[in-house]
Design a protein around this ligand. Sequence first.
Ligand SMILES: [Zn+2]
Length: 130
Amino acid sequence: MAKKYSKTKLKKFRKTILERMDEISHDMDDIKDGILDKGNPKAGLSQDSVYSVHMADAGSDSFEQEKNFMLMSRESDYYKNLSLALERIDKEEFGVCKICSGLIPEERMLEVPNATKCVDCKTKDKLNLK
Ligand SMILES: [Zn+2]
């Protein structure tokens, strides 16, 4: 008899994951706004002043931009992982180790909702790779 989380537990996980996805999509909106703001040259300035303002800020701006893009891709990866976790909840595979079919502890699933292996199997996996 394969182990799995009860429907009640799965519902709880789903709620937590949906809440996180909501937070992430808000964060991504904020980051996107930041990128767009920085990307727009200030209107109403003459060519010369646009150029000098741009030169003065260029260093920190491009650093900001880079940071934002990095954040953006990290958040969207996380978002994708969470939606995969939701799919696993639908198939009732959520929280079941795909190697030993054991149940992955609840704390770990809350911390890493997209985990598909228990800590034991993951550690063994890493050793095998070496
Ligand atoms: Zn396992």
